[in-house]
Design a protein around this ligand. Structure first.
Ligand code: FES
Length: 151
């Protein structure tokens, strides 16, 4: 056996000896990745199930609405005042082609300025061309904050 063969044989043996350890490390890495993914997924679900503040009661009472374009729940438009029996909260992104709908207080509808789709206060399509409802949110006022939560 020459020197080259000896080294090759030695390295091959070493590789065989370490392969179960490598497999275990690989398995543990995969396992950790899965655990992290599950944890992230759970955190995302619990985050979207939580109440979030979109503004203060004073802001709401000033104009009768609060608009938050970017939240982890999406865009949120809250309509009403602290004196309202029930606040209305929708994602104002029109389900037709994505324009932002406006609140028409006289008709109590959400009207899309782009192609005139109309939505009721509970997000349902009243007139197309949109065919899908607006997403809606639960609302509450807590410690002077206007809170919303995914329905
Ligand atoms: Fe709203 Fe077309 S984008 S009706």
């Amino acid at each position: 056996m020459n020197r080259r063969s000896f080294i090759s044989l030695f390295l091959f043996g070493l590789l065989l000896k370490c392969s179960p350890a490598l497999a275990t490390v690989k398995h543990k890495t995969k396992s950790r990745h899965k655990t992290k993914s599950r944890l992230k997924s759970r955190q995302h679900k619990s985050k979207s199930a939580q109440w979030i503040s979109v503004g203060t009661v004073a802001e709401l009472d000033k104009t009768g609405q609060i608009y938050k374009e970017k939240t982890h729940l999406g865009a949120i438009l809250v309509i009403g005042t602290s004196k309202s029996k029930k606040l209305i909260a929708v994602n104002p992104t029109c389900t037709h082609l994505g324009c932002k709908v406006d609140w028409e207080i006289a008709d109590k509808i959400f009207l899309c300025p782009c192609h005139a789709s109309e939505f009721t206060t509970d997000g349902k399509v009243k007139n197309g061309p949109a065919t899908k409802p607006l997403a809606t949110y639960k609302t509450k006022i807590e410690r002077n904050q206007v809170m919303v939560k995914r329905n």
